[in-house]
Design a protein. Structure first.
Length: 219
């Protein structure tokens, strides 16, 4: 997932100083794959779905982002087009800053270090996903995604770690690089194992340790 900017760090401070806060409704497109990089977004509230277009025009889910995440910075630095599309999954509040604000901020040594940390985090995440896709079956990948969601967006409840799931089963399947049928079967298996319970639009993780073991390929 995208690296988080911490409140008060030089990069976040610079973007807030030069940008302005906007509220976007659910379903709003923040930017589109192939567009020029004119703005960056620092998420303050809400979640955003990141997708790209695969072979044959099929939409592929790359991930979910949330509060503290910076969106759109890679295209600013490599001067290329947007590599993905970002759409809000719920009402979102974000600091919107011009691309020039980011490049000016990166001229500061402390801010440059923060930018390097974010870009290094992107590379680390890409490497991790290559390992995930090459070594795990669908059950493991679905478990991995649920662990990721719980760590980022989960909240403690008497039933377990509850996670609102604002994406469809088709989108979850795309994120797991699996078919919808295989993803539904994996969710059913995780329920049978007593690791999760599911409801409309949410998942409760009842055995975090067991789910993590599944996400690492251990039964």
């Amino acid at each position: 997932m995208p690296a988080k900017g911490e409140s008060g760090d030089p990069l976040t401070t610079a973007l807030r100083r030069e940008g302005h806060t906007r509220t976007f409704p659910r379903g709003q497109t923040l930017f589109v794959e192939g567009d020029g990089a004119e703005r960056v977004f620092l998420l303050e509230r809400g979640r955003v779905l990141i997708t790209c277009t695969g072979p044959g025009g099929k939409e592929t889910v790359l991930g979910l982002t949330g509060p503290g995440d910076l969106l759109g910075e890679v295209a600013v630095f490599d001067h290329g087009p947007r590599s993905a599309t970002a759409v809000t999954l719920e009402e979102v509040e974000a600091v919107v800053a011009p691309a020039s604000a980011l490049t000016r901020a990166a001229e500061n040594v402390e801010t440059a270090h923060e930018v390097i940390r974010i870009l290094a985090s992107r590379l680390r995440e890409a490497d991790r996903r290559r390992i995930e896709f090459s070594s795990l079956d669908t059950l493991g990948r679905v478990a991995w995604r649920l662990v990721e969601l719980a760590e980022r967006f989960g909240r403690e409840t008497p039933e377990g770690i509850a996670v609102d799931l604002p994406i469809s089963q088709d989108q979850l399947a795309s994120w797991c690089a699996a078919s919808r049928e295989a993803t539904v079967k994996a969710l059913a298996s995780l329920r049978t194992l007593g690791l999760i319970t599911t409801g409309r639009g949410h998942v409760a993780i009842t055995d975090p340790g067991g789910l993590r073991r599944q996400s690492q390929g251990f039964a």
